[in-house]
Design a protein around this ligand. Structure first.
Ligand code: ATP
Ligand code: MG
Ligand code: MG
Ligand code: MG
Length: 576
């Protein structure tokens, strides 16, 4: 590619709304252009990176035996009604109507459509296992789109879905995808960690997130450096149960926007990151008659993670909250919300809470809670105070660095991470709901055992930059750089010699299949170098009259402190 024919558009300053370095640098490097909140144009420079990321993903998915197809962005609501998600999902799901008034959704993910394909196409156990994937535009009406394309509303995801005949085989499909993901993130050149993750509203017991390690990550992960233990802190905190802060020291704080507080507001108020507010309490109130008998039980879900689909439940039920509370039992939660408690967030009571002797419910307690009054929240409460179950008390703590690892093989460390991939064992949740079955050896219909596997293609760009940058700009890993090598000729318009040498080198590298760009824009050296350092080209070769007289060029790797001299004849071998 020649720069004069390509489109290079860099900025000195980042826009004011860019909070994190990757967003700033992507904007400055002309990789993306904002069209609306969470909606971006992928500009030519950025699209080259996206295509390279997709290429690696596609290769490894195919190698792992997955089959590519393409499902529509706009999907009929009927399928989503079959699973109940059309109604159950919160405002993150974008619903649209066509000219006939029929409901559609813009896909945030594609379980329903792929399950529909499977029930029509996969009829016999002989066709299993099968794994379908696509790389497609997604839309999620995120409550708070930010960080550029890391949390966009429109973004590109690779999502794969596996279909198996039984649990055992589904486990192998899961493992197969897990391994493929490791290869993908290895090839992308990213430092990442696979961590056990919450199975949330989907349920099931196997889920791992692939987290790119970065200070600015929205997630926190705990891991043991001397063993394999690694988990999203959401999960790690769910296991050790309750916090041990003193109730006496609890402070009651009022939210700044009464009646309109979001999870983010509350999190900010309490000095917590959003990932720490993910869990909630699910509480029940019992209405008693004059004999003290329960005549009615209400289950309250209090403060749910901001972007979670159960958000609406919060809006509906929390209003008018009054009376005494107890923790709801799993059975009650299931009956009211049809979900497991994994995703429910921290909340509020004014009175001391009795923990019921139900381990799973007790696990949901958190170190932050709201108050039994709208817009008030406690901080520093001790939920473990009057615990009736001494054997549970032993497990009660927040996870902090230095804690013993649950596997007993060392102590825990904490890092921040960006979720770039997620593998999930789904069981028969979707196949059962949609009556998607195959015939087993005995000719009996059985629901598919399913798994789903997502990778945030566009988010990877942001994550890679968060991890690889310096004060001059982006440092792309070779595998996904928009251009691997940039040739910067100095005075190409004046010097025939420079022009000839640069063009020859360019042709040679092209012939070798190297992704090379010749910067023939005629920019001054300083501006030219600054552009490519900002854009993050991993390798730069500078040709000048002076150097060529000695048969030399200057080579500088993007991470090198300074340029080194290289014989012109050695450049190709050096870059191969
Ligand atoms: P998050 O916790 O960050 O909201 P998620 O758990 O909702 O992500 P999944 O449903 O697991 O996301 O989707 C699979 C992948 O899609 C995620 O691992 C992430 O890399 C990517 N992804 C999810 N939401 C977004 C978004 N708003 N913008 C860009 N990528 C996203
Ligand atoms: Mg999300
Ligand atoms: Mg997540
Ligand atoms: Mg996820």
């Amino acid at each position: 590619m020649k720069a004069s024919q390509f489109f290079v558009s860099t900025l000195k300053e980042a826009p004011a709304d860019a909070e994190v370095v990757s967003h700033k640098l992507m904007m400055r490097a002309g990789m993306i252009k904002r069209l609306g909140a969470g909606i971006y144009n992928y500009m030519p420079m950025g699209l080259r990176v996206i295509r390279k990321v997709e290429g690696i993903i596609r290769e490894e998915m195919n190698r792992a035996g997955a089959v590519e197809l393409l499902m529509p962005v706009v999907q009929p609501a009927e399928l989503w009604q079959e699973t109940g998600r059309f109604d159950k999902m919160g405002p993150e799901l974008l619903r649209v109507k066509d000219r006939h008034g029929r409901d559609f959704i813009i896909q945030p993910t594609s379980e329903e459509v792929i399950t529909d394909i499977a029930r029509l196409e996969l009829r016999s156990y002989k066709q299993l296992p099968k794994n379908f994937y696509h790389i497609q535009t997604k839309f999620r009406d995120e409550r708070r789109p930010r960080f550029g394309i890391m949390r966009g509303r429109e973004f590109t995801m690779k999502d794969a879905y596996s279909f198996d005949r039984d649990v055992e085989s589904a486990g192998r499909s899961y493992e197969n995808m897990f391994q493929a993901y490791c290869k993908i993130f290895d090839r992308l050149g990213l430092e990442y960690r696979a961590v056990a993750a919450d199975t949330g509203a989907i349920g099931g017991d196997r889920s791992h997130e692939f987290q790119v390690i970065a200070e600015t990550g929205e997630d926190a992960i705990v891991y043991c450096p001397t063993s394999d233990y690694a988990a999203n802190i959401e999960l790690a905190e769910a296991l050790p149960l309750l916090a041990q802060r003193g109730a006496a020291g609890a402070a009651l704080v009022k939210t700044p926007t009464p009646g309109k507080s979001t999870c983010e507001d509350v999190a900010a108020l309490l000095g917590l990151s959003l990932s720490q507010t993910v869990k909630s309490l699910v509480l029940a109130t019992d209405e008693l008659n004059e004999h003290g008998e329960i005549i009615k039980t209400q289950v309250w879900l209090l403060l749910v993670r901001g972007d979670h689909e159960l958000n609406e439940v919060k809006a509906g039920k929390v209003e008018g909250l009054k009376g005494g509370f107890r923790f709801a039992t799993v059975g009650e939660i299931d009956a009211h919300f049809g979900c497991k408690p994994g995703y429910l967030g921290p909340i509020g009571l004014k009175q001391p809470v009795k923990i019921v002797a139900d381990r799973t419910v007790a696990q949901m307690s958190d170190f932050v809670c709201g108050a039994n009054e709208a817009d008030y929240h406690y901080t520093g409460a001790n939920w473990g105070r009057d615990l009736p179950e001494p054997d549970l008390v032993a497990d009660i703590r927040n996870v902090v660095a230095g804690d013993p690892s649950p596997d007993g093989k060392g102590v825990l460390a904490i890092q921040r991470g960006i979720e770039v991939g997620h593998v999930f064992y789904l069981g028969t949740k979707y196949s059962a709901a949609m009556n998607a079955t195959f015939l087993d050896e005995t000719g009996k219909p059985k629901p598919f055992e399913m798994g789903c596997y997502g990778i945030g293609v566009t988010r990877i760009l942001g994550a890679a930059i968060e991890q690889n940058h310096d004060e001059r700009g982006i440092i792309w890993p070779d595998a996904i750089a928009p251009f691997t090598v940039v040739i910067c000729p100095i005075g190409m318009d004046r010097s025939e010699e420079v022009k000839a040498a640069a063009t020859k080198l360019y042709d040679e590298l092209l012939a070798l299949g190297i992704d090379v760009l010749l910067d023939d824009r005629g920019e001054r050296p300083g501006a030219m170098f600054a552009d490519w350092e900002l854009i993050g080209a991993p390798h730069r070769v500078v040709l000048s009259d002076r150097g060529l007289k000695e048969g030399q060029v200057e080579y500088q790797g993007r991470r090198d402190a300074e340029a080194s001299k290289l014989a012109l004849g050695d450049v190709v071998a050096h870059l191969k």
